[in-house]
Design a protein. Structure first.
Lengths: 281, 270
C-alpha cells in the first residue's frame, strides 16, 4: 500500500457530516422533484419576450427616484442609530461577566443569595428581551407599528430599530463577555467603581467590535429598507409596488436599480468605515 | 507611558453616525408627536402580544369550510413549502456561487474577468430578494420558480463573494507546492486551495440556508403558500393567535437549522 493510499484511508471522516450532506441533498432533490416548481414552464418565450420589451429601457422619473432614495437611506440611517442606542443599553445588563454581584472582583465574601438572584434576573431578563426583539421578524414589527402609528416613516424606522437592537444587544453582550478580564480586574482592584470600569475599561476595549457589528447591521438595514416601503411608506419600495400594480415595468426597473445603487453605496461606505475602525490604534 | 486615546478613527465614525442620524431624522420630516398611537392602535398591539403564549390550535374564524385541514397540519404544510423553496433556491445558489467564486478570487488571476465577475456579483447581491421576486413574477408570471430564482440570484452572489474571500484567505502552502510541482491553475485550485477553504465554505453555506428559510417565508407575501402567506393573512384578519402559530413554526424551523449547523461547525471549524 502506498503512502498516498494510507493517507487517504486515514483521512478524517465524520458520520455526522456525511449524514448531514445526505439529508440536505435529499431535501434539495425532493424540492426539485416533488416541489412542483415548474422551472421549465417559467421560461415561456413569448411571455419572457414581452417582459423584456416592457421592462427595457428603464423609465426614469428622477424627481421621485431621488426623493425615494433619500427617504429609504434616511430610514435605514435613523433606524440603525436608534438600534445602536438600544443595543448599547442592552449590552452591559446582558453580559454575564459584568452583571454579577462582584464584577471583576477577586473572590471575597460570598454575596448574599438575594443579590445573586437579582443580578441573575437582570442578566436573564435582558437576554430574554434581546431574544424577543430579534426573534420577531422586522416585517411583523412593521405590521404592528403601522397598525399602531399609522402610515408615517416611523413604523419602518422603528421596526428595523427594534429588531436590530435585539441583534446588536446580543452581539454586544457577547463581546463584553469575551473581553480579556485582566485589565478590568486590575482597574477594579485599584478601586474603580463598576461604572468607572465600564467607561474606562470596557468601552475602549470593545468599541471597535461594536462598530464593526454596527456597520454590518447598517448594510442589512439599507437592504431591508428598500422593501419595507411596500407596506405603504413613501420610499423606493412604495414606488416599486406602485409601478408593479400599474404594470409599468420599465418604471419599476428604474426604482429597483436605484435601490441596488443605495445598497451598493452603503456597502462602499461601510467597507470604508470598517477599514477606519480596523486601523484605529 | 502615553496611552493612546480611545478616540480617533473610531470616534470619527461615531460622530459621523450621530450627524447622519440627525440629518436623517430631519430629512424624513418626523416628529416625536407622531409616536402617539392612533385610535385603537394600542389595542392591536395588546391583543397581538396577549396571544403570544396561547397560539391558536384551531382556526379563529367563526366559519371554517368543511374539509379544511387542522391549523397544525396547515402550519406544517406551510413549513414544508418554505423549506422546499429555500432548498431549491439554495441548491441553485450553491452552483452559481461555486462557479462564480473562482473567477472572483484574486488567486485565480485578475484582470478583466475578475472585474467583470465582481461587478456581476455586486449586482446580484445588491438587489433584495423581494425585489428579485417582483422582477421574476413580472417576467415569469405567478410560478413557484419565480420564488426559487428570487432566492437563488442574490444568495448565489453572496456565496460567490464569501467563497472567493475564503479561497483567498486559505493557507497557500499546498497550492504553492502543487504549482511548484507543475500543476495547472485548475489543479492548483481544485486540490490546493478549495479543500483548505471547504470547511469554512460549507459552514457559511449552511448559515445561508437558514437565511434562505427566512427569505422563503417572507416570499409568502407575494402569494406563495409559505409561512409568510399565512402570517400575513391571519394578521389581516385580526386572528393573532394564528399569527403566533405560524410564527412559532417559523422559529422552530430556524432554530432547528441553527442547532444543526452549530453542531456541524463545532466538529469542523474547532
Amino acid at each position: 500500500m502506498t503512502e498516498v493510499e494510507r493517507l487517504w484511508r486515514d483521512r478524517p471522516r465524520s458520520r455526522f457530516l456525511r449524514w448531514s450532506v445526505a439529508v440536505l441533498a435529499a431535501i434539495a432533490t425532493y424540492a426539485w422533484i416533488f416541489g412542483d416548481l415548474r422551472a421549465a414552464d417559467s421560461f415561456a418565450p413569448e411571455r419572457v419576450g414581452r417582459f423584456v420589451r416592457e421592462v427595457l429601457p428603464p423609465a426614469p422619473d428622477w424627481g421621485r427616484g431621488l426623493a425615494g432614495m433619500g427617504a429609504t437611506l434616511a430610514m435605514a440611517v435613523l433606524a440603525i442609530c436608534l438600534a445602536g442606542l438600544g443595543g448599547l443599553a442592552l449590552t452591559l445588563p446582558g453580559a454575564r461577566t459584568f452583571a454579577t454581584p462582584e464584577a471583576y472582583l477577586p473572590h471575597g465574601d460570598e454575596p448574599s443569595r438575594a443579590r445573586r438572584l437579582s443580578w441573575g434576573a437582570v442578566v436573564y431578563g435582558t437576554r430574554a428581551l434581546q431574544l424577543f426583539l430579534r426573534a420577531i421578524p422586522e416585517y411583523v414589527w412593521a405590521y404592528l407599528f403601522v397598525a399602531m402609528l399609522g402610515p408615517t416613516a416611523w413604523p419602518a424606522v422603528l421596526a428595523l430599530a427594534v429588531h436590530n437592537a435585539g441583534i446588536l444587544g446580543k452581539l454586544g453582550s457577547e463581546t463584553v463577555e469575551n473581553l480579556e478580564p485582566a485589565t478590568l480586574r486590575s482597574l477594579r482592584a485599584m478601586g474603580a467603581s463598576r461604572a468607572q470600569v465600564a467607561v474606562a475599561g470596557i468601552w475602549p476595549a470593545s468599541l471597535g467590535r461594536f462598530l464593526l457589528y454596527f456597520v454590518y447591521r447598517f448594510e442589512t438595514c439599507v437592504r431591508d429598507a428598500t422593501v419595507l416601503g411596500m407596506l405603504g411608506i413613501v420610499s423606493l419600495g412604495y414606488w416599486i409596488a406602485d409601478a408593479r400594480a400599474k404594470r409599468f415595468y420599465d418604471e419599476m426597473l428604474f426604482y429597483v436599480l436605484l435601490a441596488a445603487a443605495i445598497v451598493l453605496a452603503a456597502d462602499v461606505g461601510s467597507a470604508w468605515a470598517r477599514r477606519a475602525v480596523r486601523s484605529a490604534p | 507611558m502615553k496611552r493612546p486615546l480611545p478616540i480617533g478613527a473610531r470616534g470619527g465614525v461615531l460622530i459621523a453616525t450621530a450627524i447622519a442620524g440627525i440629518v436623517a431624522f430631519v430629512a424624513l420630516g418626523l416628529s416625536p408627536s407622531q409616536l402617539v398611537p392612533q385610535r385603537g392602535g394600542l389595542e392591536v398591539v395588546r391583543d397581538f402580544f396577549a396571544r403570544a403564549l396561547s397560539p391558536a390550535l384551531s382556526y379563529e374564524s367563526t366559519f371554517v369550510p368543511e374539509g379544511t385541514q387542522p391549523i397544525v397540519v396547515k402550519a406544517l404544510g406551510a413549513a414544508l413549502q418554505t423549506v422546499v423553496f429555500a432548498a431549491a433556491g439554495m441548491s441553485l445558489a450553491l452552483v452559481l456561487g461555486a462557479a462564480l467564486s473562482v473567477p472572483a478570487s484574486q488567486a485565480w488571476g485578475g484582470g478583466v474577468l475578475y472585474g467583470a465577475t465582481r461587478t456581476l456579483i455586486a449586482l446580484m447581491r445588491s438587489v433584495h430578494e423581494l425585489l428579485w421576486a417582483v422582477l421574476f413574477l413580472a417576467a415569469f408570471g405567478f410560478t413557484p420558480f419565480a420564488a426559487v430564482a428570487a432566492i437563488a440570484i442574490p444568495y448565489g452572489g453572496t456565496l460567490a463573494k464569501i467563497f472567493s474571500e475564503m479561497i483567498d484567505e486559505a493557507p497557500r502552502g499546498a497550492a504553492l507546492a502543487l504549482a511548484g510541482a507543475g500543476a495547472s491553475r485548475t489543479q492548483m485550485f481544485a486540490f490546493g486551495l478549495v479543500p483548505r477553504a471547504l470547511p469554512d465554505m460549507s459552514a457559511y453555506a449552511f448559515y445561508r440556508f437558514e437565511c434562505a428559510v427566512r427569505a422563503s417565508a417572507v416570499l409568502g407575501f407575494f402569494g406563495f403558500e409559505t409561512l409568510g402567506y399565512y402570517i400575513r393573512a391571519s394578521f389581516e384578519n385580526l386572528h393573532y393567535g394564528e399569527v403566533w402559530t405560524y410564527l412559532y413554526t417559523l422559529f422552530a424551523l430556524v432554530v432547528a437549522i441553527d442547532l444543526w449547523s452549530g453542531a456541524l461547525r463545532r466538529r469542523f471549524i474547532a
